[in-house]
Ligand binder design. Structure first.
Ligand SMILES: *Cc1c(COP(=O)(O)O)cnc(C)c1O
Length: 383
C-alpha cells in the first residue's frame, strides 16, 4: 500500500507532469512573470468553467476576502455576519478593516451557517453576510439570498473549500458556488481542490461595476496608470502559478469526482458504527450522487459521538494515519477575536463540533486499499 497522506500532491503532479512542466516553462521562456498572457488566459478559462462574467485573480484567498470587502465600500463599524466554525481568515479580514465580525452558529449536520439563526443577528449596522461553503458543500444559498434581499445586504461567498461545487435552487436552477452572491472568493493554496504551487486566489462576480472596482483595488487603486483613485493593495496571481492552474483546471471535475468516490467508500465502510456520524447533505441530496457536484469533499469530516474523538486521534497518530481536526477552537473563543458580545450559549453546535469532528485523509489520489485500511482501523477501535 502506498504511504497514506492527508493530501498527496506528488502523485497528483506525477499524473500530469508533462502538461504542467510545459505550461510553466512557457512562462519562463516568455519572461512574462507578472500580469502576462498566462494570467489572462487562466482568468478566461476559469470564467468559462464557473460560468461567471468576471474572474479577478489575486495573491491568495485571504486577500480575496479583504478585497471583496474593500470593493463593497464597507466602512469601520459596519457589521459583517459570518460563521463561527471556519478558518480564521474570514474574521481576520473583517477585523483588519475595522469592521465588526458578527458570528453565527452552524448547523450540526452540514457544518454550514445556520440560516435559522441569521435574521436574529441583523441590526441597522449590518452590511454583509459571508457564508463559507465549508469542507466542499454549499451553504443554504436559497435562504441566504432571500434574507440578503429582504434586509438589503451584500453577500460574499467564501468558496475557498468548494471550487467546482454546485448549488441547486428549488426552481431547479443550478449555479456554481461562488457565483451566486455579489462576490465570490477562492484560494488556490496547494491543498485546496484546485491548488497551485504556492499562493494564489481569485474573486468572482457577475457585476460589471464591481469587477472594474476590484481590478483597480488589486493593483494599488489604479484605474489609469499612475492615477490612484482609491486606496488599493498589491495582490497579484503570478504567471507561474497561473500556468500551473491552466494545466490543472481541465482536471478539476475529475479530481472532485475521485473525492466524491472516496467519500462514498468511506461512508459505506463507516456507516454501521454507531459512534460515527458520516457527512450529511444539504441541497436536497440524500446520498453522494454519481453525477452531481453538490459536495466536492475538500474534507471528509466525521463526528465521533461518544466523546472519544481525542482518543481516536491519538490512536491514528500511533498508527501514522494522518488526520486533521478542523477546527478545534471556535472563533468566539480565540484570543484575537473573543469579546463580551459573544455568548457561549449562542454557539452550542459550534462548541459540539469542535469536540467531535475529525477529518480523514482526502484527496484525488486516495486508493481503495488505503480507504479500507483507514476505515477498518477506525471501526475496530470504536467497537
Ligand atoms: C484556505 C481558506 C482561506 C484562505 O486562503 P489562503 O489562500 O490561504 O489565504 C479562506 N477561507 C477558507 C474557508 C479557507 O479554507
Amino acid at each position: 500500500m502506498k504511504k497514506i497522506q492527508m493530501v498527496d500532491l506528488q502523485s497528483q503532479y506525477d499524473r500530469i507532469k508533462d502538461k504542467i512542466n510545459k505550461s510553466v516553462i512557457g512562462v519562463m521562456q516568455d519572461a512574462t512573470f507578472i500580469n502576462g498572457p498566462t494570467v489572462k488566459s487562466f482568468q478566461n478559462n476559469l470564467e468559462a468553467y464557473l460560468n461567471v462574467k468576471h474572474v479577478i485573480p489575486c495573491a491568495n484567498g485571504t486577500d480575496a476576502l479583504q478585497i471583496a470587502m474593500m470593493a463593497l465600500d464597507l466602512k469601520p463599524g459596519d457589521e459583517v455576519i459570518t460563521t463561527n466554525f471556519t478558518f480564521a481568515a474570514t474574521v481576520e479580514v473583517i477585523a483588519l478593516l475595522n469592521l465588526k465580525p458578527v458570528l453565527v452558529d452552524v448547523d450540526l449536520n452540514t457544518f454550514n451557517i445556520d440560516v435559522n439563526k441569521l435574521e436574529k443577528v441583523i441590526t441597522s449596522k449590518t452590511k454583509a453576510i459571508v457564508p463559507v461553503h465549508l469542507f466542499g458543500q454549499s451553504a443554504n444559498m436559497e435562504k441566504i439570498m432571500l434574507i440578503a434581499k429582504e434586509f438589503n445586504l451584500f453577500v460574499i461567498e467564501d468558496n475557498a473549500q468548494a471550487i467546482g461545487a454546485e448549488y441547486q435552487f428549488k426552481s431547479g436552477l443550478k449555479l456554481k458556488t461562488g457565483t451566486i452572491g455579489d462576490i465570490g472568493t477562492t484560494s488556490f493554496f496547494p491543498s485546496k481542490n484546485l491548488g497551485c504551487f504556492g499562493d494564489g486566489g481569485a474573486l468572482f462576480t457577475n457585476n460589471d461595476r464591481l469587477a472594474k472596482k476590484i481590478r483597480g483595488i488589486v493593483n494599488h487603486g489604479m484605474y489609469e496608470r499612475y492615477h490612484h483613485d482609491v486606496v488599493g493593495v498589491n495582490s497579484r496571481l503570478d504567471s507561474v502559478q497561473a500556468a500551473v492552474l491552466n494545466a490543472k483546471l481541465p482536471h478539476l471535475n475529475s479530481y472532485n469526482k475521485s473525492r466524491q468516490s472516496s467519500a462514498r467508500k468511506y461512508t459505506e465502510a463507516l456507516k454501521s458504527c454507531n459512534e460515527i456520524k458520516t457527512p450529511t447533505f444539504s441541497n436536497g441530496c440524500k446520498v453522494i450522487c454519481q453525477n452531481c457536484h453538490c459536495h466536492v469533499f475538500h474534507q471528509y469530516t466525521i463526528r465521533i459521538l461518544s466523546g472519544r474523538r481525542n482518543e481516536l486521534a491519538n490512536f491514528l497518530s500511533d498508527l501514522k494515519i494522518p488526520f486533521g481536526i478542523y477546527y478545534p477552537i471556535p472563533l468566539h473563543k480565540q484570543n484575537a477575536y473573543k469579546n463580551e458580545d459573544y455568548k457561549d450559549q449562542d454557539f452550542k453546535n459550534t462548541n459540539t463540533l469542535c469536540d467531535e469532528v475529525i477529518s480523514l485523509p482526502m484527496h484525488s489520489e486516495l486508493t481503495d486499499d488505503q480507504i479500507d485500511y483507514i476505515s477498518s482501523k477506525i471501526n475496530k477501535f470504536l467497537t
